[in-house]
Design a protein around this ligand. Structure first.
Ligand SMILES: *[C@@H]1O[C@H](CO)[C@@H](O)[C@H](O)[C@H]1NC(C)=O
Length: 161
């Protein structure tokens, strides 16, 4: 092996190895996957996110926006949750449409990825949905939010707790 390539290998070891220690994910979607959750739980348009040492995840969007899964889901500008393996617990800032009502989503749980199922806890009810619905990050639209959701200001997510 030529001395040049040895140098290069050394350089790679010095530069790359320390990076393995720090938990750096290139995107929220990668972070979700690494925790056994489907990437599509958050939309494409996530601006930034932060995960602290206690596992508190904070996801920032530019605006509140709405995405379509099986039903419509509303993301507030900031969504918070406790992230652990296969679980987003104590969610804040996420609600889903159910029989014309917007209900806050509390927990999202994947107990067993092999089951192909994801559990959505909206307080009043648990829903089991197919994991495949959440495979790809959806487009999230902020246009027309107020039109689509009369009364959001009154019975909005913030006031329901
Ligand atoms: C989320 O994590 C915080 C900080 O660790 C904790 O105080 C809180 O009880 C947790 N909430 C849920 C629903 O697990």
């Amino acid at each position: 092996m030529a001395p040049r390539s040895l140098e290069l290998i050394f350089l790679l070891i010095i530069v790359v190895v320390p990076m393995k220690g720090t938990v750096a994910y290139s995107s929220i979607h990668e972070l979700l996957r690494s925790h056994g959750l489907p990437a599509g739980l958050f939309p494409k348009s996530v601006k930034s996110y932060n995960l602290d040492q206690r596992g508190v995840l904070e996801v920032h969007l530019d605006h509140p926006c709405m995405a379509k899964y099986e039903t419509r889901v509303l993301f507030e500008t900031v969504v918070r949750a406790n992230l652990s393996l296969g679980q987003l617990k104590g969610l804040e800032g996420l609600s889903q449409e159910e029989l014309f009502l917007w209900l806050p989503v509390k927990d999202i749980i994947v107990d067993d990825p092999l089951s192909g199922l994801i559990l959505i806890d909206i307080g009043l009810a648990h829903k089991q949905l197919s994991l495949s619905l959440f495979e790809d990050p959806p487009v999230c639209r902020s246009q027309g939010l107020e039109l689509n959701m009369p009364g959001r200001k009154n019975i909005g997510f913030q006031d329901q707790r």
